[in-house]
Design a protein around this ligand. Structure first.
Ligand SMILES: [Zn+2]
Length: 407
């Protein structure tokens, strides 16, 4: 059937099942640092995704590295990733990704799923991104029922560390990006139901100044005040907001010193930089390096910084537009509006794009209030968005849509 009605009807029949799966998963706390909860969630995903009959694999990840408030390198363990591959040698290959961690820690008061009205539930991660996980699963299940499925190979990558910037799963995303022709990511749609077009880039940096401690009363001359120097560095960083158009830089956290009658020998700050495009990103990187060089050269001080643009800017390319056009055609058949707009937020779509994979990254659930205790999910979006994804894959498989960058 040219319209793939059978598969779409099947998704309609799954509405209750999809809803109960989201509720089940949202009741398991899988905050990025809650290893126990992540393991439980990982096990549930392994069980559910087995239904796809692909090559299912759990992937151990090394701990994430960071700089602690003593200025030393420390590590934080993360959960395991999950990979499922089907027909890796098919001529058309699609990567489908989403994360299973959430921003809510095990101690966060927001842990329960509650019913708001007929079409709305409220709960931690219901939209970001447990709804997306359910949508991805059902879209693929429907797709696999089609006789055309053999034309398309797919790979699912589910990571445990996206909400902390995918520090450890980024290499997996990059490798998977190289094996596939385009990407489908299941982050929530924007609040008005739009898909994300271009995304700004985002970088996190930690700046560390070490000086020399001394008694403020007895021998202040021997001291090197790390806080005074860091204050000057922060002023220079803040001025980049004026000197580099298209960049937003904000120091968000600062710490240093101890007893006030001691010249402090350590001061640390952390900043987030957002940039419109790669050119701007390079300017910010160069400016930070230059500040580091001049500051590090001061007598009696040490200066170093750690960090990078973990999420490079994601421009709206011709290829992404081609995917949107194909989605529009699907949306017309399903009576679902397909429109997109730019956003300052970042996600793994930025990282896939940086690795050269065209992708649409907001194929997940409709809802809102994400990253807050107001997070809610529009239940009808589960079926709606699963159909949209399934139809896109089906139209790719039956030849109705052929991305022109695939030979
Ligand atoms: Zn997310």
């Amino acid at each position: 059937m040219a319209t793939h009605q059978m598969q779409l009807d099947w998704i309609d029949e799954q509405a209750a099942r999809m809803q109960s799966l989201v509720e089940q998963w949202a009741h398991v706390n899988s905050g990025s640092y809650n290893l126990g909860g992540l393991n439980t969630m990982h096990g549930m995903l392994m069980d559910e995704f087995a239904v796809l009959r692909g090559e299912l694999r759990s992937i151990d990840l090394p701990p994430a590295k960071n700089i602690d408030w003593a200025g030393n390198e420390s590590t934080t363990p993360v959960g395991d990733a999950l990979s499922i591959r089907m027909r890796p040698d098919a001529p058309l290959r699609v990567l489908l990704c989403i994360h299973y961690d959430t921003v809510y820690s095990a101690g966060h008061p927001f842990q329960q799923v509650t019913r708001v009205d007929d079409n709305t539930i409220r709960g931690p991660g219901v939209t970001d991104a447990k709804g997306g996980l359910v949508i991805l699963l059902h879209a693929l299940q429907a797709f696999e029922q089609s006789e055309h499925a053999s034309k398309v190979g797919w790979e699912v990558l589910i990571n445990p560390d996206e909400e902390i910037g995918s520090p450890v799963s980024t290499p997996l995303l990059h490798e998977a990006a190289k094996r596939n022709h385009f990407g489908m990511l299941y982050e929530p749609t924007l609040e008005d139901g739009s898909f994300a077009g271009a995304r700004r880039g985002s970088g996190y940096f930690t700046l560390v100044v070490r000086g020399r401690a001394a008694h403020v009363g007895r021998n202040p001359d021997q001291g090197r005040n790390a806080i005074h120097l860091l204050a000057d560095v922060i002023r220079q960083v803040a001025e980049l907001n004026e000197s580099i158009p298209g960049a937003t830089i904000s120091v968000g956290k600062i710490e240093g010193g101890g007893a006030v009658n001691v010249v402090p020998d350590l001061a640390i700050c952390r900043l987030n930089a957002r940039v419109d495009d790669v050119e701007t990103q390079k300017k910010v990187e160069a400016a930070v390096r230059e500040i580091a060089e001049t500051t590090g050269a001061l007598e009696g001080f040490e200066f170093f910084f750690d960090g990078q643009f973990y999420s490079p800017p994601k421009p709206l390319t011709e290829q992404t537009l081609a995917i949107f056009d194909a989605m529009k055609a699907c949306g017309e058949q399903l009576d679902v509006p397909v429109r997109w707009r730019d956003t300052g937020g970042v996600c793994d779509g930025n990282r896939l794009a940086a690795a050269g994979l065209p992708n649409v990254d907001t194929l997940g659930a409709r809802g809102g209030g994400i990253h807050s205790d107001r997070e809610f999910l529009a239940l009808d979006s589960l079926v709606e968005r699963a159909k949209l994804s399934a139809l896109l894959l089906l139209r790719l498989a039956d030849g109705s849509w052929r991305p022109d960058w695939i030979d």
